[in-house]
Design a protein around this ligand. Structure first.
Ligand code: FAD
Length: 386
C-alpha cells in the first residue's frame, strides 16, 4: 500500500500547518477557552474561504472531490495547535449526514453554506442512557400536519451549543432498541421548543445538551428515508472515530516533540536530563508508539471511504482501540518526563493530554471498539484458522 502523500496533499498539509503555527497555535486555544463558544466564526469563515471544509465532499455537492484522507490530514494539523473550530462536528458528522442522505435542495440549503464557512452543523445522536449503542434512542418524532414534532433529549452533541443547524436522530417507529425506525431531521438551532445548554469538557471544549420539547419541523427537513437511518449513523460515527484518530495524531506528535525538547533543555546536576540513557529509552518508547498510532490512523482514514461495511468497521475499530493503547504510553511519558509541571494548566503538555483523553472516549472507547472488533466476521475466521 502506498502511504506517500500526493503533491496536492503535501500542499494542503503545508497550508494548514502554516495556519496552525501562525494563526491558531496553543496560545490562541488558551484564550478561546474563556469565550462562550470556544471557537470563532471569523476563523471558521477563513477556513471555508481556504476550501478546507469542502475537501472531501464531491464536486456535485460543492466540494473538491477529495478523499477522507484529505480531511484527516487537515485534522492532524489542527491537533498540533489544539484548533477549537468544530471540524469533526460540522464537516465529518453534520455535513456528511447531509451529503450522504440529503436531497439536492437540502444540500443547497444546508451543506453549501457550511462548506463556505458561513454556518456550522452538528449531529445529535447520543442520549443519557445510550452509551455507544446508536440504535438506543428514546427521542421520538411524530407526524404533525405535513411535518413532524420531535420530543426528547440529546447529550454530548459536539458543537450542539453553537451550530446553526443540528441533524437530530429520532424514532419515527419501533421500540427503544430497534434497528429499524430511526430517522434523521435537520433542526434549526433557533427552533421553538429547542433548549441548548453548553457543557464544558475536561479538554476545554464545550458540547451541547439538548432538550427538544415538541420541536416542529417541516417534511422538507426529514433527511433520507423515514426509519432507515441506523446504517447512515453507523457510517457517520465510524468516520468520526477515524477523524478522532487523526486529530489525536497531531496532539501525540506534539506531546512527543515537546517532551524531547524539554529533555534537551532541562538541566539537573549540570547536564540536560535528556543525556540520561533511561530517559532516552522512554523517549524512544514514545516515538515508537507515535509511529504505530500514525500507521493505524492512516489505515483508518483510508477505510473511512470503504464501501464494505465489515472492512470499514474492523479497521476503524482497530485504530480507535490503538489510539488508547499507544496514545496512553505517549501521554503518560509526556507528563512524567516533564516532572510536576506536566500536569499544570500553564504547561501545554497537559492541554494536549486532556484533548487526546477526550478523543479516546468519543465515538466509542477502546473497550467498545475491541468488543466490536471481536464480533466481526474476519476475527472469527482468523480464530478458526489459527
Ligand atoms: C500539584 C503537584 C502534586 C504532586 N504530588 C506528588 C506526589 O504526591 N508524589 C510524588 O512523588 N510527586 C508529586 N509531584 C511531583 C514532584 O513534586 C516533582 O514535580 C517531580 O518529582 C519531578 O521533579 P521536577 O518537577 O523538578 O522535574 P524535573 O527535574 O524537570 O525532571 C523531569 C523528569 O526528569 C527526571 N529526572 C530529573 N533528574 C534526573 C536524573 N538526575 N536522573 C534521571 N532522571 C531525572 C524526573 O524524574 C522527571 O521525570 C507533584 C507535583 C505537583 C505539581
Amino acid at each position: 500500500m502506498n502511504f506517500d502523500l500526493t503533491d496536492e496533499q503535501k500542499m494542503l498539509v503545508s497550508a494548514v500547518g502554516k495556519f496552525v503555527k501562525n494563526e491558531s497555535n496553543v496560545e490562541r486555544f488558551r484564550k478561546a477557552r474563556t469565550t462562550a463558544a470556544v471557537w470563532d466564526k471569523a476563523v471558521w469563515k477563513k477556513m471555508g474561504d481556504n476550501g478546507w471544509m469542502g475537501v472531501a465532499f464531491s464536486e456535485a455537492d460543492g466540494g473538491f472531490g477529495g478523499s477522507f484522507v484529505d480531511a484527516a490530514l487537515i485534522l492532524e494539523q489542527f491537533g498540533r495547535g489544539l484548533v477549537p473550530e468544530p471540524y469533526i462536528a460540522s464537516v465529518i458528522l453534520g455535513g456528511e449526514a447531509i451529503a450522504s442522505a440529503g436531497t439536492k435542495e437540502q444540500k443547497e440549503k444546508f451543506l453549501a453554506p457550511m462548506i463556505e464557512g458561513a454556518t456550522s452543523l452538528a449531529l445529535a445522536y447520543a442520549e443519557n442512557q445510550s452509551r455507544y449503542n446508536l440504535n438506543d434512542c428514546l427521542t421520538k418524532a411524530e407526524k404533525s400536519g405535513s411535518g413532524w414534532k420531535i420530543t426528547g433529549e440529546k447529550r454530548w452533541v459536539l458543537n450542539g451549543h453553537a451550530a446553526d443547524q443540528i441533524v437530530v436522530a429520532a424514532r419515527t417507529s419501533g421500540g427503544q432498541f430497534d434497528a429499524d425506525g430511526l430517522s434523521l431531521f435537520i433542526v434549526d438551532g433557533n427552533a421553538a421548543g429547542l433548549e441548548r445548554t453548553a457543557v464544558s469538557g475536561m479538554d476545554g471544549h464545550k458540547t451541547g445538551w439538548l432538550k427538544l420539547k415538541g420541536v416542529e419541523v417541516g417534511a422538507d427537513r426529514l433527511l433520507g428515508g423515514a426509519g432507515k437511518a441506523l446504517s447512515v449513523l453507523e457510517r457517520l460515527v465510524d468516520r468520526a472515530a477515524a477523524a478522532a484518530c487523526a486529530e489525536s495524531q497531531g496532539c501525540l506528535q506534539e506531546l512527543f516533540e515537546r517532551t524531547v525538547l524539554y529533555l534537551k533543555q532541562r538541566e539537573q546536576f549540570g547536564r540536560p536530563i535528556g543525556s540520561f540513557q533511561v530517559l532516552q529509552h522512554r523517549a524512544a518508547d514514545m516515538f515508537a508508539q507515535v509511529e504505530l498510532c500514525k500507521s493505524m490512523m492512516i489505515l483508518a482514514a483510508i477505510k473511512a471511504d470503504e464501501t464494505d461495511e465489515t472492512e470499514r468497521k474492523e479497521q476503524i475499530s482497530a485504530a480507535k482501540a490503538y489510539l488508547t493503547e499507544g496514545g496512553w504510553v505517549v501521554q503518560k511519558q509526556a507528563i512524567q518526563l516533564h516532572g510536576g509541571i506536566g500536569i499544570t494548566d500553564e504547561q501545554d503538555a497537559g492541554l494536549f493530554f486532556k484533548r487526546v483523553r477526550v478523543l479516546q472516549g468519543l465515538f466509542g472507547d477502546a473497550d467498545h471498539h475491541i468488543s466490536r472488533f471481536s464480533k466481526l466476521a474476519s476475527f472469527e475466521r482468523s480464530l478458526k484458522s489459527a
